[in-house]
Design a protein. Structure first.
Length: 91
């Protein structure tokens, strides 16, 4: 293995690593986008729920048009790596 990679597979991991998920409505007449409230999702679905598109997207609905065709984009932690490592401490 080379380098470090982290697997973001659950809502809890997204929160822990500071990742954010934005949902984009695929309805061309709408194109609404919304950052997901991961803490609310963790409460609703459980923190160990998968964040994979095939598992999460079917549960989401566009708040603007009610459409169920949703694209998910995961945004990595924008903080510098050294700071993240520092905060992670001995974990
Ligand atoms: Zn929409």
């Amino acid at each position: 293995m080379s380098g470090r990679s982290i697997t973001i597979a659950t809502i809890a991991q997204c929160i822990r690593y500071g990742h954010r998920i934005t949902a984009y409505c695929l309805n061309l007449d709408c194109r609404h986008s919304q950052e997901l409230d991961l803490h609310a999702l963790a409460e609703r679905l459980g923190p160990d729920h998968s964040t994979l598109h095939k598992h999460l997207a079917p549960l989401l609905r566009c708040k603007a048009c009610g459409g169920k065709r949703v694209q998910l984009t995961v945004h990595p932690d924008p903080r510098p790596a050294w700071k993240t490592a520092e905060e992670r401490g001995g974990a």
